[in-house]
Design a protein around this ligand. Structure first.
Ligand SMILES: [Cu+2]
Length: 472
């Protein structure tokens, strides 16, 4: 089920999708990921064609918005509109977004740039854009009713300010905010340092944490949900639809995430330690950084983490709330582990022929063949080289490989482990496994087939006295 997506180059993307919105008027073009059928592939970095130089970012399953340079001002055009977004192969959502996609395209500028952004509203209700984290004139802050009137359907507004501080930002409506953000209206913004050598990294990935509540079989999110979302997404994608972050061994890597969901996400990287080098307010001084493998990103926050990709492999990267690595269906079921259904299932089958016993050996559904309603996703999914990965939602991998090209972001396939470096079944002698003091004797699970010599006997319990001395 894992796709190897082709990465579009920024140039190809613009060429294919350019749509002139304004005719002969003075609006800059609004490049588009045309919808439906818009690509959810990760576009490669978009090298700046003009203006000050910078090291472009890569938007996970997204793209960067090209601009027009006019008398030294960078002009962008965002169009708020209905879009179709493939959440993962097998499920498409009808969302609201910008320029054909949700999230909208990433905006990249340089510290000190004068920026002019035209916002055209093609939605059925008014909207606005708040430039989350920017230091700007109050009237450019995008809060409907407080700092500007709403942008009515069919109207275009213009925002203009200087991108004062380098760092990591977001944009989203500040109009009917709960509904519009639940529908997918948001985007990433990176202001690069004036000196491209400052904070330079080899690979710089960005994405938003977002969430949807879409009933299996339907297409539109429920917009009044407060906490009980069933699709936890990176850039409106769930695993296995999220591309891997492909890096070259030895690269210095930055991953920036912004949280526009309604709960926090402890984001966890395997196989490496990282430091938080950027927050909502800018760069963290080197003396104030400390090593982590998980960093919590609270609601409304942005975090940049950095690490050197020293260890080759396919390293899991995910939110550590286990429900956030599951897809739609079945968060609200009882714990059936150890419940013996054997007599009951037969009786129920007489009434309900399709009734299945679920969960009596744990929650694993990896091997289960269950017919899903149209347009939804299995809860725990994804095939890896060793079988089912049993993940969904906010999960992907950082794939570290030797000798990749500088701008090569193509999925290299699964990691080939050096011989003898993969966990494997043990069939030799076993050392005794000490158990907690006063633990009841466990009924040892019967092995399916005898597999070599078993040490000890069934029900063998080793007592551990408080002083640490062992006795049988
Ligand atoms: Cu989470």
């Amino acid at each position: 089920m894992t796709n190897r997506r082709s990465f579009l180059s920024g140039a190809a993307l613009i060429g294919a999708g350019m749509v002139t919105k304004a005719g002969a008027a003075s609006l800059p073009e609004a490049p588009q990921q045309s919808s439906p059928g818009s690509s959810a592939a990760t576009a490669g970095p978009l090298a700046p064609p003009n203006g000050r130089p910078y090291n472009p970012v890569v938007t996970l399953n997204g793209w960067t918005l090209p601009w027009r340079m006019k008398n030294g001002v960078k002009e962008f055009h965002l169009v708020a509109e209905e879009v179709e977004r493939e959440i993962a192969p097998g499920m498409t959502a009808r969302l609201w977004g910008y320029n054909g996609q949700s999230p909208g395209p990433t905006i990249e500028v340089v510290e000190g740039d004068r920026v002019r952004i035209f916002v055209t509203n093609k939605l059925p209700e008014h909207t606005s854009i708040h430039w989350h984290g920017q230091i700007l004139p109050n009237g450019m802050d995008g809060v409907t009713g407080l700092t500007q009137p709403g942008i009515e359907p069919g109207k275009t507004f213009v925002y203009e300010f200087i991108a004062r501080n380098a760092g990591t930002f977001m944009y989203h409506p500040h109009a009917d905010e709960m509904a519009q953000m639940a529908m997918g209206m948001m985007g990433f913004w990176v202001t690069h340092p004036r000196n491209p050598a400052l904070h330079a990294v080899d690979r710089d990935f960005v994405f938003l944490l977002n969430a949807y509540d879409i009933e299996p079989g339907s297409f539109k999110p429920k917009i009044n949900t407060m906490l009980d979302f069933n699709l936890w997404t990176f850039n409106s994608r769930v695993f296995p639809g999220i591309d891997p972050m492909v890096v070259r061994k030895g690269d210095r890597v930055r991953i920036r995430a912004g949280n526009l969901t309604m709960t926090n996400h402890p984001i966890h990287l395997h196989g490496h330690t990282f430091e938080v080098t950027g927050t909502d307010g800018g760069w963290v001084r080197p003396s104030a950084r400390w090593p982590e493998v998980t960093t919590d990103i609270a609601v409304g926050q942005m975090r940049s983490i950095e690490f050197v990709a020293e260890h080759a492999g396919d390293w899991a990267f995910h939110c550590h709330k286990s429900h956030h690595t599951m897809n739609a269906m079945g968060h609200d079921v009882p714990n059936m582990i150890g419940v013996d259904h054997s007599g009951v299932a037969e009786k129920i089958n007489k009434l309900v022929p399709d009734y299945m016993v679920m969960g009596d050996k744990g929650g694993s559904m990896g091997g289960m063949q269950m017919e899903l309603p149209e347009n939804t996703l299995p809860m725990m999914t994804g095939e890896g080289p060793f079988g089912g990965i049993e993940m969904g939602g906010m999960f992907t991998t950082v794939k570290v490989r030797e000798g990749l090209g500088r701008n090569d972001y193509k999925d290299p396939g699964w990691f080939k482990h050096p011989q003898g470096t993969v966990a494997r079944e043990w069939t030799g002698e076993l050392p005794p496994a000490p158990r907690a003091p006063n633990a009841p004797a466990a009924a040892a699970p019967k092995p399916a087939a005898p597999s070599g010599h078993q040490h000890g006997h069934e029900g063998h319990v080793m007592e551990v006295k408080r002083d640490g001395a062992h006795k049988h």
